[in-house]
Design a protein around this ligand. Structure first.
Ligand SMILES: *[C@@H]1O[C@H](CO)[C@@H](O)[C@H](O)[C@H]1NC(C)=O
Ligand SMILES: *[C@@H]1O[C@H](CO)[C@@H](O)[C@H](O)[C@H]1NC(C)=O
Ligand SMILES: *[C@@H]1O[C@H](CO)[C@@H](O)[C@H](O)[C@H]1NC(C)=O
Ligand SMILES: *[C@@H]1O[C@H](CO)[C@@H](O)[C@H](O)[C@H]1NC(C)=O
Length: 300
């Protein structure tokens, strides 16, 4: 099903060459509001994208052009309302055309412009693959319909096994929703990213889009309700998790539970303090990775 409109078609044609508007690629400056203390995570390198939809910034993504998929997306959590929007997948014209309008655009029903295909993942990469489209910034963590729709851009998506996406990872997204909606009193900053394979990079069928071995997520809520129930004592101001995306992975980072339902077995999520996550990121990336300014110590 396509969600392409003639309006979007006109935007695409019109902005093909000469628009001198801000590109929203290569610099987080216009969207620093999505990072705690306006401080994007340190230690990872890629192409910054300020994700713009209908002329408003919605979240931020650090994109990897060679992997044609994101390192992480960063966003502000808000309590969701209404139903999940129907999937209307979009792309970023400015990754293909530096002068293009910064708004994301729905994929056209027919063939996709070759420069767009070269510059990013497209719907055909995922069609008939053994991976689903896994949101980093999930639609579930946003209030407005437009904010939720904006998460359906392929630059916010990685190849994720259905056993993770529909199982333990979805449970994590719901747990975070419950925890933050109940006890976070101010802004909740979330960063969700991936951990690549150590060696033997995995790719979607035609070797264009890289598959992550793990997904991770961390939030920072400096202003929270102090009367926390016992089981949430460690969950504020910051907490993190790593989820398996490959049944064959070893169990050093995330152990496997043998009691999980068969279809979800091997896709466990392990919740952990932020510094434990940062230790695993440092090990795998070979450099210090800092997700939040001063580890979200809340010293404002
Ligand atoms: C996907 O698989 C179906 C069934 O095997 C096939 O008919 C279709 O052409 C395939 N689509 C693509 C894009 O490969
Ligand atoms: C998210 O949290 C809100 C507020 O607590 C709740 O009403 C809603 O049902 C939750 N959504 C899901 C999918 O868990
Ligand atoms: C904090 O949590 C307690 C216990 O759940 C609740 O009674 C109280 O109203 C909350 N305070 C605020 C400011 O939300
Ligand atoms: C896991 O191992 C099996 C058996 O060696 C292999 O067929 C499968 O492709 C592997 N899965 C992944 C995601 O690499």
């Amino acid at each position: 099903m396509s969600c392409f409109s003639t309006q979007a078609a006109l935007v695409l044609v019109f902005t093909g060459g000469w628009c001198m508007c801000a590109a929203d690629v290569g610099d987080f400056t216009p969207c620093l509001q999505f990072f705690y203390k306006s401080w994007p995570p340190k230690g990872l390198t890629g192409t910054p994208i300020c994700q713009r939809f209908n002329n408003q910034y919605r979240f931020a993504t650090l994109y990897s052009r060679p992997r044609r998929s994101p390192w992480f997306s960063a966003y502000l959590y808000s309590v969701p309302e209404g139903r999940r929007p129907t999937a209307c997948w979009k792309f970023e014209p400015q990754l293909a055309y530096p002068g293009a309008d910064g708004n994301m655009i729905p994929f056209p029903p027919g063939p996709v412009d070759q420069n767009v295909v070269e510059s990013q993942g497209v719907e055909l990469d995922y069609t008939n693959s053994t991976y689903s489209r896994g949101h980093l910034d999930p639609s579930l963590h946003h209030q407005s319909h437009e904010d939720r729709s904006a998460t359906f851009t392929l630059t916010n998506v990685v190849p994720q096994k259905a056993g993770s996406n529909d199982g333990p990872w979805e449970d994590l997204e719901q747990t975070i929703n419950k925890t933050l909606s109940a006890y976070c009193l101010g802004e909740a900053y979330v960063v969700t990213g991936i951990i690549p394979y150590q060696s033997d990079e995995h790719w979607l069928k035609n070797h264009r889009v890289a598959v992550p071995e793990y997904m991770w997520s961390a939030y920072c809520c400096p202003n929270y309700n102090n009367s926390l129930p016992e089981e949430l004592k460690d969950a504020f101001p910051t907490y993190a998790a790593i989820g398996r995306n490959d049944r064959n992975s070893t169990e050093e980072i995330v152990p496997v539970s043998q009691t999980a339902k068969k279809q979800f077995r091997g896709y466990d999520v392990r919740q952990m303090p932020l510094d434990t996550l940062e230790m695993y990121l440092r090990d795998r990336f070979g450099t210090v990775v800092s997700v939040f300014y001063e580890q979200c110590s809340g010293s404002d």
